[in-house]
Design a protein around this ligand. Structure first.
Ligand code: GH3
Ligand code: MG
Ligand code: MG
Length: 626
């Protein structure tokens, strides 16, 4: 009935579909390619090209190409010449073991299944389509798989397994989409529409057909338009939209004539006959059916469709005997093909015809069968609609789940990558931190050394290496701050030192200062602390010392300097120092002690130098010289 074969003509050659440019000297591969491309526009040319390719391949065998060409010819003949189709299928099967492309087996199985369908043997055809799907899946050949799924899905629709059929067709659709095969997408859309129509969901069917028709018109695909228009006509027929149905079938007829496409013409004429019957024009219907009959090739389903319409027309023409004969013949074919809708319609018409004949018993039987078949069909349609909804829901859920999984995978991969990156960064950061820590430690060490040195430098007199004035004042203050402690301070000043500088130069003066510092250091024994106050003045702090001890200490210093040999710097000259000393009093401070010692020193200078003078206690007015 439906333009199943028109669809299949486009379908099974999917693996070869590619528009090939016409070349001058063509290889078998190019011929096969062009043959595939021509399937849609010009089946006769397609056949001629496939035969040409086979002729060339006889001299230069190539199993893949030979199998392809034979499958092409199998497809071509399956609609026209069963024996020829059979021969090509056998030839393809013989050469298949030598072919490299494992998936080719699926295409062959599909054509073999198709031949059985053409013979009205759907029960035998189904296992072949199932094998085709399995073979394509095993070969991981998406193109072949799409073709096999298409064939199986279509047939499942025919036998009323709508939900499963829809699943197959949708899988085929997805594969064709992925393979970027728009023409096959279109064919699949058509098949989905046909299936909806069978399911009784005419609105969906019409929607799919119209979408597909629009695309085909835009691309100028005349042959495909004929197929779609015919199917659209069938939808209108089912919905009793007779004007629309007529318009569709008329156009199919026009295209069929334009393309010399006999099968399309036969289908269109059957459709127009159905419209004529609906409009109570049985004569016209019979005429149209007669024309259709003359055009058809071995297509049992179409023959049964024609017989059904003939039966309707003949009954209308009050020729119930002929009508019942036609209807019974149609019924047998429909029943074998498990075509529920047509079987049901044939039963109903036969019941009426038998009533006309006065065969009440037979009429009743047919009425009962009609009820059974139509009830079963309706139940099935309902069940399948539910199943379809469930599959749609499951598919949508699965897709969502897959999308979610994909997203999750992507996310966890991103997370892993980030973790790895973070890990690397962490390692780098750790290394940098360690390096930094080492640097800081080194810097800190150096800083500590530096600051210690700086501190040392800050507290040390550069010239002599003795503690400087600040250091000495700190030490003295610290001593004085200790409760109950006492100490003495001694200041020594070189006598007439300026004259050394003046006579021998400043550098010699420095040398002499260093030599004196050495002598003083030697003279000032522990626990005395010796430092340089500045210029040519030195100071000593004597912990736990009284005035007498300070005096003795001063004298020792003076002797140490006096015995110093400075001939190398200032030949013929002795160095002397004047010393001022003082002892601490309770509550004393560094400033006051230094001042007293300095006063004593001044007194020593004034008294003629080269001597030690002890400062009197605060209440003593005079200075005591040693
Ligand atoms: P008096 O006996 O009165 O102390 O006489 P004086 O010349 O030693 O004392 P005065 O205060 O007049 O001179 C001190 C000189 O010491 C002046 C200065 O040039 C010199 N002097 C101070 N510090 C240094 C120094 O670090 N190196 C050298 N070479 N000379 C210095
Ligand atoms: Mg001085
Ligand atoms: Mg001096």
């Amino acid at each position: 009935m439906h333009a199943r074969h028109l669809l299949l003509a486009c379908l099974n050659l999917g693996f070869l579909f590619a528009a090939a440019p016409a070349l001058a000297a063509e290889t078998p591969a190019e011929l096969v390619e062009r043959s595939v491309a021509a399937v849609r526009r010009d089946p006769e040319q397609s056949r001629a090209l496939a035969e040409q390719a086979l002729a060339l391949l006889a001299a230069r065998p190539d199993a893949d190409l030979q199998v392809r060409a034979h499958v092409l010819l199998c497809d071509f003949h399956s609609e026209r010449d069963r024996d020829a189709a059979q021969r090509h299928a056998q030839e393809a099967r013989r050469q298949l073991p030598a072919a490299r492309r494992q998936g080719l087996q699926a295409a062959l199985l599909v054509c073999e299944g198709e031949m059985l369908e053409q013979a009205g043997d759907n029960a035998q055809a189904m296992p072949l389509h199932e094998q085709a799907v399995a073979a394509a899946e095993a070969a991981r050949d998406d193109e072949m798989l799409a073709g096999a799924l298409f064939a199986r899905g279509y047939l499942r629709g025919v036998v009323g397994e709508f939900a499963l059929g829809l699943t197959d067709l949708r899988r085929a659709y997805t594969l064709y989409e992925r393979l970027a095969m728009p023409a096959h997408l279109d064919t699949t859309t058509n098949a989905i529409a046909i299936l909806y129509n069978r399911m009784g969901d005419h609105a969906q069917a019409r929607h799919y057909h119209e979408a597909s028709l629009k695309m085909q018109r835009a691309q100028g695909l005349r042959r495909e338009q004929a197929v779609t228009l015919h199917n659209l006509g069938r939808v209108h027929e089912a919905l009793a939209q007779w004007d629309d149905a007529q318009r569709a079938f008329d156009e199919v007829l026009v295209i069929g004539r334009e393309l010399g496409y006999a099968r399309a013409q036969a289908y269109a004429l059957r459709g127009l006959a159905s419209v004529a019957n609906a409009r109570n024009r049985p004569d016209e219907a019979l005429r149209l059916l007669g024309e259709a009959q003359r055009r058809i090739a071995p297509d049992e389903r179409l023959r049964a469709q024609i017989l059904l319409q003939r039966g309707i027309a003949l009954r209308e023409l009050k020729r119930p005997g002929e009508a019942s004969a036609a209807l019974r013949e149609a019924l047998a074919i429909f029943q074998r093909a498990e075509a529920a809708a047509e079987t049901s319609l044939a039963h109903a018409t036969l019941a009426q015809t038998l009533t006309d004949l006065g065969d009440w018993h037979g009429a009743h039987d047919e009425q009962v069968r009609f009820k059974q078949v139509s009830d079963r069909m309706l139940r099935r349609q309902l069940d399948e609609r539910f199943a379809t909804l469930k599959i749609e829901f499951d598919t949508a859920a699965k897709e969502r789940e897959n999308a979610l999984l994909l997203r999750e995978n992507a996310a966890s991969e991103r997370a892993l990558a980030q973790e790895r990156r973070a890990g690397r960064l962490q390692a780098v950061a750790l290394a940098l931190a360690a390096l930094l820590a080492a640097l800081l430690a080194a810097l800190a060490l150096r800083h500590r050394g530096t600051s210690r040195r700086m501190r040392f430098l800050a507290m040390t007199d550069e010239l002599t290496g003795l503690p400087n004035r600040r250091h000495m004042l700190d030490r003295l203050s610290a001593l004085l701050a200790t409760p109950g402690s006492r100490c003495a301070v001694v200041i020594a000043d070189l006598d007439h030192f300026k004259s050394i500088n003046d006579r021998h130069g400043h550098l010699v003066g420095d040398d002499v200062l260093r030599a004196v510092a050495g002598a003083l250091r030697a003279g000032a024994r522990h626990p005395a602390i010796l430092g340089r106050l500045g210029g040519e003045e030195f100071v000593a702090v004597l912990p736990d010392a009284n005035v007498n001890e300070a005096l003795q200490f001063g004298e020792r210093l003076r002797e140490a300097v006096a015995t110093l040999d400075v001939a190398q710097w200032v030949p013929g000259r002795a160095i002397t120092i004047s010393v001022g000393a003082t002892a601490s009093t309770p509550g004393d401070d560094a400033g006051r002690m230094l001042q007293r010692a300095d006063d004593a020193l001044y007194a020593a200078k004034a008294a003629g130098r080269d001597r030690t003078v002890v400062a009197p206690a605060d209440d003593e007015p005079a200075l005591k010289a040693a």
